[in-house]
Design a protein around this ligand. Structure first.
Ligand SMILES: [Zn+2]
Length: 434
């Protein structure tokens, strides 16, 4: 157990979410096991454990830009709470909506405060000596606490930058917020689109299941490594041609729901396209969307070809830009993620890249991704060279297509995020100029 805890603690450090040593994890074995021994935070965490029915607990001090945005958001939330010492951060992204709901904040580092907050939600943000700390738990495994921490960092990052743009649009920017923003912007990691080329991905087409699996595993690992998704969110699929005689159906290989994209290994399900039974079991919760996209691809291409690869990530600035809308008085406000009917896109005139932004909920309902995503992707042609087919789902993430392998899908994921990051700061500069 100690080794498993140390692994997740190291993973948080490796992804830049906190510095090594700034996270302590505990899990209930025969007795409490720790990611590190002789830590002064142990008595506090033991008290929290005693007050909750949980199996794992994490206490971490987020690093860098995550520390800065969380500290800012927790201060704002406590100010909005009007001196009650309580409040919550309410990000508008899909991970928060479906997974976290909102993030309770606590104004001091006490076991009681944390216990109360964690009775409501999977994780909370604590303001302690001017800094933000995260407490999160797992009911069955330390992995759950890790996923919550990672998702909270993502959600707060998106919430902070989206709020800043919204405040500018509302004409409510203050000097204090402007100064914080400059300080936080300086903490951003370098834009990887500036420094990295495309990773060395396997060339397709793949006509065996083994070859396609190897390509999926490799693309998944790089998607996480390049920061285009946090490991437990996002998914990947490949449409394999029908083989042999008489089988007739193509097969979609897709990552399993809740699997870690950088460690897919066996967590890839084969789903025959003529069999609807795959979706309910372990395949990604977005399987129905992948399947519908491939069906549209096959129908639109007279040769029956169409895209064979699809990548889905939650690149931060693509999500942030999708949340930005000029229509502050729109009657659909608050329902954008499902009911927005305004055609929207981010467009790069220089390259010809145009990426639609569409609503869509996870699942198969009337506003489900399987209904909104296929027509959006079918309409995309990519840039002037035909590369870069993709669509952004409002507040959620980016889906990109590859003709025969993951190289063009990955390039599109990188290009769109690179463009959205520049586009975000262009909009901020433009709105703040007046
Ligand atoms: Zn997603």
């Amino acid at each position: 157990m100690n080794a498993q805890l140390a692994k997740y603690a190291a993973k948080l450090a490796a992804t830049g979410l906190c510095a090594p040593g700034d996270v302590l994890m505990a899990a209930l074995d025969d007795e409490l096991a720790w990611s590190a021994e002789h830590d002064p935070r142990q008595p506090l965490m033991e008290s929290v454990f005693a007050g909750l029915n949980i199996s794992a607990l994490l206490l971490a001090r987020p690093a860098g830009v995550y520390q800065a945005v969380m500290a800012e958001l927790v201060r704002q939330a406590l100010a909005d709470g009007g001196g009650t010492g309580q409040g919550s951060i309410t990000p508008g992204d899909c991970e928060t909506r479906t997974f976290l709901h909102d993030l309770p904040v606590v104004d001091s580092l006490t076991a009681d405060g944390i216990i109360q907050a964690l009775r409501q939600r999977k994780g909370c943000v604590v303001l302690h000596e001017g800094e933000a700390l995260v407490a999160a738990f797992g009911t069955v495994s330390p992995e759950q606490a890790y996923v919550t921490m990672s998702s909270m960092c993502f959600a707060c990052f998106v919430a902070y930058f989206a709020d800043h743009l919204r405040t500018l649009r509302a004409g409510a920017m203050t000097d204090q917020r402007r100064a914080s923003f400059a300080r936080i912007k300086a903490l951003l990691p370098e834009d990887r689109g500036d420094i990295d080329g495309l990773p060395d991905l396997l060339p397709g087409p793949f006509d065996s299941e083994d070859a396609a699996r190897a390509a999926i595993i490799q693309a998944g690992r790089h998607t996480v490594e390049y920061g285009l998704v946090d490991s437990y969110f996002g998914n990947i699929s490949y449409r394999l041609p029908a083989t042999g005689q008489g089988t007739g159906s193509e097969t979609i290989l897709i990552s399993q729901t809740g699997s870690s994209l950088d460690e897919l290994g066996p967590c890839i399900d084969p789903c025959r396209m003529d069999d609807g039974s795959c979706a309910g079991i372990t395949a990604s919760s977005e399987y129905s969307a992948h399947k519908a996209v491939y069906e549209a691809e096959m129908a639109s291409d007279s040769a029956g070809a169409g895209a064979r690869a699809m990548l889905h990530g939650h690149p931060r600035f693509s999500v942030i830009v999708s949340l930005d809308c000029e229509r502050l008085d729109c009657p659909k406000l608050g329902e954008c993620h499902r009911a927005c009917d305004t055609p929207r896109a981010v467009s790069d005139n220089a390259s010809g890249l145009s990426i639609p932004i569409v609503p869509g909920e996870v699942g198969t309902g009337p506003f489900g991704l399987c209904n909104t995503l296929p027509p959006a992707l079918a309409d995309t042609t990519g840039d002037a060279t035909g590369h870069g087919r993709g669509a952004i789902v409002y507040g959620h993430g980016l889906f990109t297509l590859g003709a025969v392998d993951f190289r063009d899908a990955f390039q599109a994921l990188m290009d769109v995020e690179h463009f959205c990051r520049a586009e975000y700061f262009r909009r901020v500069a433009q709105l703040d100029a007046g």
